[in-house]
Design a protein around this ligand. Structure first.
Ligand code: ATP
Ligand code: MG
Length: 363
């Protein structure tokens, strides 16, 4: 019996920020290191998912490789035989299986995906809740049709293909992705009941949470608007610390971070989200327990001193990370990518061939 597969990807639509680093990249690498002896770990860059919403295509190729380097710089072991890294578009079976699954997927089924509804509306810069008359409704519908791509509409099908091609059992999903995982299970069951055992059914969301430990819910906040989370697709980037920021640029963003007029430092996410965020970042960047950071600063009056402490430890973190990034062995990394992509093509093509046979495209 081959080992069960854990599969996860990180979208490459921009440089990663410290929220992605502490909230996703480091936990993912820890998971890979801890589980690699008992599981196959598939870590992929979902590059075909990068432009379901508009991006700068002139930088995409380099961005994808950059993200692979980030994995290596953050400590992913490149020499473990059960850890596989690959670029989705280098395994054409993802696109081919997507088309076949598309033809067994309901239009209504995709229309109900909440993330599609949110993102398409955000892109059309409109809010259906404000559409209170019939003419406004029609205007909204027209704008949605103009600005939303079919790629955004059916990307859950591509995500299902990403999972099913490798028979992945475990896929860590946040709340925003659980509906898509449920869809992957539905389409796999639908195909299996119609054509026989084609796919391994991934575990349901609840079991995913039990397996990975429910997401701790870490959310680093935007520095300019600490009521919302740091997001790499945010337009201005002023409230975001990117892993590629110089220590000086990062310090400037920290010193300019929005705080409040309370005048006393407290860990209070509701009433003092800016100060709370700074305490959180300081704890993570300096690897000091949050409680002890809070003990040190609670009740103090100088926000400037807190900001300087945050800027100092972030500067060290960024310098250390960027040094590791510059030391990534490019030759070894490319060799690993290419070898893994070859191996993943074999696995994925075997699944695809079974499906092609089932639907009558091959004998
Ligand atoms: P986008 O704006 O493109 O959605 P994002 O910054 O929200 O970018 P995602 O690609 O959506 O990043 O998420 C990548 C991973 O990073 C996910 O596991 C997500 O939970 C985690 N993550 C994203 N933002 C934060 C944050 N501010 N704090 C902690 N973790 C985060
Ligand atoms: Mg996001």
């Amino acid at each position: 019996m081959s080992k069960p597969v854990i599969l996860t990807g990180l979208r490459a639509n921009n440089d990663l920020h410290i929220g992605n680093y502490f909230g996703a990249l480091l936990p993912l690498i820890d998971m890979a290191k801890n589980r690699a002896d008992e599981y196959e770990i598939n870590l992929f860059v979902p590059d075909l998912h990068s432009f379901t919403t508009p991006i700068d295509h002139s930088t995409l190729y380099e961005q994808i490789l950059h993200n692979v380097r980030l994995f290596a710089a953050a400590g992913l072991p490149l020499d473990h035989p059960n850890i596989h890294i690959y670029r989705q578009s280098y395994v054409p079976a993802h696109s081919e299986l997507t088309w076949i699954l598309d033809c067994f997927t309901g239009f209504g089924e995709m229309s109900r995906m909440t993330q599609f509804k949110d993102k398409s509306q955000k892109q059309a810069s409109i809010d259906l809740a404000n559409a209170d008359d019939a003419e406004h409704h029609r205007e909204v519908a027209r704008e949605l049709f103009r600005s939303t791509s079919v790629g955004l509409f059916n990307y859950p099908v591509l995500m299902a293909a990403d999972i099913l091609l490798y028979g992945a059992t475990y896929v860590p999903v946040g709340d925003d992705q659980s509906q898509h995982l449920e869809f992957a299970r539905d389409i796999a069951e639908r195909m299996n009941s119609r054509f026989g055992e084609l796919f391994t059914i991934p575990k349901p969301v609840k079991e995913q949470h039990e397996f990975f430990g429910k997401d701790q819910g870490l959310r680093i906040k935007d520095l300019v608007d600490p009521t919302k989370k740091m997001s790499k697709s945010d337009e201005t980037g002023r409230g975001i610390i990117f892993l590629g920021d110089t220590p000086e640029a990062a310090a400037k963003k920290i010193m300019g971070a929005t705080t409040d007029s309370v005048g006393l430092i407290h860990y209070d996410p509701q009433n003092q989200p800016g100060v709370t965020n700074l305490l959180q970042i300081l704890a993570l960047a300096s690897s000091e327990p949050l409680d002890s950071v809070i003990d040190r600063f609670d009740g103090q009056t100088s926000y400037g001193a807190l900001k300087e402490a945050v800027a100092g430890s972030l500067s060290q973190l960024l310098q250390g990370f960027q040094a590791k990034l510059s030391e990534v062995d490019e030759g070894a990394l490319m060799a690993k990518l290419e070898a893994d992509e070859k191996q993943m093509n074999e696995t994925a093509n075997a699944t695809l061939l079974n499906v092609q046979k089932a639907v009558g495209l091959r004998i």
